[in-house]
Design a protein around this ligand. Structure first.
Ligand code: HH2
Length: 292
């Protein structure tokens, strides 16, 4: 029997359940009506927690398969470390594309939506042509002046993440994030990006002290006023070390705690390195909530 798919027609079967390539991808994800898990795939030598582990394309594709088997709803593919804690080595456009090229088509064929985690509009455009279906911009459309146009022209969802060059312990971080989101939304709407294609993310660890990262999770519900889905990426981040001294690979407990509390405060998507434990934690939390 030939089945209809989101992208196919009833008389033209597709061999793989390819994710929808337009703004509907976000609506389809949110229609699952449960918190979504975005699995991190870094094809980088220098990411803060898993740098070098998945630079080899075979290792990266294998890891992507594991993340999907463990229950990832979205795969977030990045080839330039954003180094939330400084010291990022900027990667040239060609190098970033060369890291992605042998990996992206195979990852797309796994059948879950792939977001491209990049600062560069040219990489985003290229990745969208190759099958990525979401843009994840850790500078919230405010770094590369062409990013908003690329997102608008492709009609895809975008994650707008808050960022700052440096942390300033003296500022009210919630106000800063709110003002940043408002600027990004102006840019998005001027470029013609539809409101239902936007996800907001306070950018845990980016230009924030540990206390400010914690505040962004504790007061996440304050960003709900925008009426847009919220994403939180607390996985293995350094603020956990400030509460419970630990190396990045030892921060699973802290990551789970942060993501569960973020979901209680309205997060629709959590961005994680450890998909299986997160899926389990979310299932148990949901079961307990249902039994109330
Ligand atoms: N965090 C990182 C990278 N991209 N994107 C969003 N939307 N939110 C985040 O919190 C976020 C992100 C940093 O984590 P990781 O990718 O593991 O590290 P690196 O940037 O060093 O590769």
């Amino acid at each position: 029997m030939v089945e209809s798919t989101a992208t196919g027609s009833i008389d033209r079967p597709f061999p793989t359940p390819a994710a929808p390539r337009d703004g509907a991808v976000l609506q389809d994800l949110l229609a699952k009506a449960r918190p979504l898990v975005m699995g991190v795939l870094n094809v980088t030598p220098d990411s803060f927690s898993d740098g070098g582990r998945f630079l080899d394309p075979k290792a990266a594709i294998g890891h992507a398969g594991h993340l999907v088997a463990e229950g990832a709803d979205i795969l977030d593919l990045g080839a330039e470390s954003t180094r939330p804690y400084g010291g990022a080595v900027r990667v040239a456009l060609d190098e970033e594309r060369q890291r992605l090229d042998p990996v992206l088509p195979a990852v797309v064929s796994l059948g879950v939506p792939v977001s491209i985690d990049t600062l560069k509009a040219a990489i985003a455009a290229w990745a969208l042509e190759k099958g990525a279906s979401i843009v994840n911009d850790v500078w919230g459309l405010q770094r590369d002046p062409d990013m908003a146009r690329v997102v608008a022209e492709h009609g895809v969802p975008v994650v707008i993440m808050h960022n700052r060059e440096t942390a300033d312990p003296a500022i009210d971080i919630i106000t800063d994030v709110t003002e940043f989101f408002s600027r990004s939304l102006e840019i998005a709407w001027s470029a013609g990006i539809h409101r239902h294609r936007i996800v907001l993310d306070p950018g845990i660890g980016f230009g924030k002290t540990a206390e400010q990262s914690i505040a962004c999770i504790a007061r996440l519900h304050e960003f709900a006023a925008y009426g847009l889905p919220l994403l939180v990426g607390a996985s293995r981040k350094r603020f956990i070390n400030s509460v419970a001294p630990s190396e990045p690979m030892e921060r699973l407990g802290g990551s789970l705690a942060a993501h569960l509390l973020a979901i209680e405060r309205g997060a629709a998507i959590v961005r994680v390195h450890d998909v299986a434990p997160t899926v389990q934690a979310l299932a148990v939390a949901a079961a307990i909530r249902r039994a109330r």
